[in-house]
Design a protein around this ligand. Sequence first.
Ligand SMILES: Cc1cc2nc3c(=O)[nH]c(=O)nc-3n(C[C@H](O)[C@H](O)[C@H](O)COP(=O)(O)OP(=O)(O)OC[C@H]3O[C@@H](n4cnc5c(N)ncnc54)[C@H](O)[C@@H]3O)c2cc1C
Length: 411
Amino acid sequence: MSLPSEIDVAIIGAGAAGLGAAHALKNSGLSVITLEARDRVGGRGYTVMAAPNLPFDVGCGWLHSADKNSFVKIAEQLNFEIDKTRPPWREQSFDAGFPLNERIDFMAALEAFYDRAEQAATHGSDSPASAYLEPGNRWNPMIDAISTYANGSEVDRVSVQDLDAYEDTGINWRVRRGYGALMAAYGAHLPIALNCEVNLIDHSGARVRIETSQGSLVASQVIITVPTSLIASEAIRFHPALPAKVDAAAGLPLGLADKVMLVLDEPSGLPKDGNLRGATMRTAMGSFHLRPFGQACIEGYFGGRFARQLEDAGNGALAAQAIDEIVALLGSDFRRRLKPLAESRWAHDPFARGSYSHALPGHAAKRAVLAAPVDGRLFFAGEATSPNFFSTAHGARDSGERAAKEAIHCK
Ligand SMILES: Cc1cc2nc3c(=O)[nH]c(=O)nc-3n(C[C@H](O)[C@H](O)[C@H](O)COP(=O)(O)OP(=O)(O)OC[C@H]3O[C@@H](n4cnc5c(N)ncnc54)[C@H](O)[C@@H]3O)c2cc1C
């Protein structure tokens, strides 16, 4: 839709948070527009058809904490089938390179690490989570690998308070047609200006002036939902400047996680919803979901510094690494049977610049600083502002709803 010259509430960003805010304002009597830099809604929630009948969630895929996840009800309302198969993350299909007794030993080491981290957080420490690895424990590199998937970062850059604050009910479901497709449906029929990149939010006057790639408009209130990477780097600027927000965003950087989708020839020999860790005893490795929903494909996941290295190596590097790791575990026949279909590049995406936020050591309190409204006119949402469901799509959506309620309250 075209840009109005004046509006009551402008929402910046049409990801989960922006859409949550827009829905919460629907019956408020206020005029609302969402300004989105991309040519689509959903942000880090994005489903593509990697092949006919093969949806691939380039970003979020799992309804984490499904029993508390507000997207579950939305999926039901919009007739999106939910799959409740348990995630296979703790398994290793065929025991390939990682037999059951070793997995049990590893899980014990991982749980002991989480227990030490929780204890430290309870006693007020906000040191790097790496301080709670047991010195010399042989599983430390793998614990770090798990952190690269969960936090997008190795434990040396993760605040132990933040690690402890994250709420995980352990129930994880999936949307059969894709989480990104669900977000696109959730965002349909809302007033959204696409291809509209916001550069400046000028709150020096009586009303807020917003400069965009499609011209400017004035708003009474603004809800900002863009990723922390863009606030910290001042890709989106405020006038007068908001140094506390820039500092908070810098303390909550986006870690990196990237996905790759491989099509699988002759799938019948592999289990439906199986799992492989690409290696043991090291951090730089992928994790592979075999035949998700029984489909003829494998979805790979890489995180942290290794994901960055693979992205920087250029298109196809994630797929090549994934195939090498799978071949090493299952045999050379898989080199012929696997073909790359699609892969993500979230660090190089100009409107994300990463995957999901984690707090740096000493910065766990910055989530509340980022979330706090300014002058009853600027409101902040997005996954990084969620106190307990940060880094997730439902945390983002709920934060948008929270910011919309704050805006209505300040009217
Ligand atoms: C690989 C990967 C896997 C993930 N897996 C899961 C998972 O399984 N489950 C889960 O719950 N979460 C997962 N996540 C995280 C989840 O996708 C995000 O936390 C959530 O989608 C973030 O929503 P948001 O609204 O805060 O931000 P975004 O989705 O980033 O939305 C912000 C919007 O702002 C727009 N924007 C940016 N700059 C501007 C500008 N200057 N002007 C206008 N618009 C702008 C962006 O284009 C974007 O649409 C994953 C993410 C990735 C990348």
